[in-house]
Design a protein around this ligand. Sequence first.
Ligand code: ZN
Length: 249
Amino acid sequence: MGRNGSAARTRMETCAVCGKLFPSGRLYHASSIRPGIFELIRQDVGGWSLDSRICGPDLSQYRRRYVADLLEQERGELSGLDRQVLESFEKGVSSVHASAAGLDKELEGETLGQRAADRVAAFGGSWGFIITFVVVLLCWMTINVIGFLGGGFDPYPFILLNLLLSCIAALQAPVIMMSQRRQEEKDRIRAENDYMINLRAELEIRQLHDMIEHQMAHQWERLAELQQIQIELLEGHQPPTQPPAKNSS
Ligand SMILES: [Zn+2]
C-alpha cells in the first residue's frame, strides 16, 4: 500500500505519540530515530515499534529529554544554568542574547558608591598616584624642615604626616577590596555566559548530528523504496507504452 508513488506522498498518517493526523512526509520513521531516543519513547508509548511514526514537535520534545538525561548522566545533576540553556534550546531562542542582556543590566545597576570605589581603586593603582604622593610628601617635609610658611607646623619626626598616611592606608584597603569583589562578580557573570554558550553549542552540534543521521536514514529508506517500485514495475505490471524501447537496441 505504501508503494503507490505520488499517492503515498499526500497520504495522512497518525503520530504514535499524540495521535494526530499528519501528511506522511512530515512524520519521522521510528527506524530512523536514534536508539537512545527510541528507547525513551518506548517507555512512554504503548504500541511503539519500528514501524511507528512520530511528528516533529513530539520528536523534538523527546530529543530534549534525551539530551537532558545525557547531561544529567555526565554531570550528575543539572545546574540552573544547564536548565536555562535547555529551555532556550527548546524555545529556539538564543541564550546568548538573553544572558548578554542580563550582564549589561547587572553592570548598569551599579551604585554611585561602587563606581566611586572603582575610580579610587583605579587611581590608587597608577603611576600618577605614586608620583603625586611622592611630590606631596617631599613638599611637606621640605616645608617643615626649612621652616617655610610660618616656621613648620609639623616639625622633624613628622607626626601629623604619619597620622595622615596611616588614615589613607586604612581607607585605601577596603576600597580596593570592594573594587576587587566587583571585578570578581563581573568575571563570574562572564564565565557563566561563556559556559552557557559552550553548552548550547555542544547541544546544537548534537542536534545537527541527529538531524544529519536522520536525513541519511530517511534518504536511504526512500531510495530503497524507489528501487522496490522499479523492480515491481519491471517484474510484472509493465505498462503497454514501454515495450518499444526494448526492440530498438
Ligand atoms: Zn505527535
